[in-house]
Design a protein. Sequence first.
Length: 262
Amino acid sequence: MSGPIVLGQWNFWIVLYLWFVGIGTGAFLTAYYINKKNDASDLLTRASWIGVAALAAGSLLLLIDLGRPLRFWHMFVSYRGSSVMWIGSWLITITTILMFIVALTKSKGVAILAAIGAALTASYVGVLLTVSAMQLWSGTLLLPWLFLASAFTTGAAALSLSKSGSQYADVLSEVGKVYGILELIILVLFVFWSFAAAPAAALSMVAGKYIGAFWVGVLIIGIAAPLYLEIKSDKKISIAATGLMIIFGGLALRYLIVFAGQ
């Protein structure tokens, strides 16, 4: 690419799209890891269906945002190997198909490919924003990692709320703690780095227009409270509460990044 991408104004449809993509890919990656360690094929099957549904929903929301479905089709048939958006569209499509195959066949070989696709898909949106012309998005190298960490936390939370997830509550709780701490560390580093790269946008997050989304939505509801409940509270009470809070926090994070960055 010859220069930074100038993206159009993004709205809440895009926030929801990013949210669904994160949940779907994170659920599959978490289940894939647990299955490798604990032979949890039923959890992987459940995660595959969650992934297919979430990625399909995200793609539908992207279509709604475009307003003209033919434009979406044109993106596929027109080869643009240097375009992050073109690559991302194909990544989501191929990953969805691979997850669907895993859900039906439980193929270990296809599951490996689906896991690779899920990891690339989870982080590609951060890459798309990083190569844009917006200072908050392009000012640090941490955005893809932040989106990937958030995908892990929201995906694990979605699994914990599923029927199959209840059988693996302990291991999901343990990986959830690790995911949450990792996301918190990356978020803090991202904010500090953003103050150097895009001070106005960073200030709007922590002390300005988006202060509520940052402190309440992301930090308290999305990260701090779930971590506290998982460590201190009764698991029967905390599973549903932490799952819903983490998923909401993932939505708040994407809202914060998208709107504060524009």
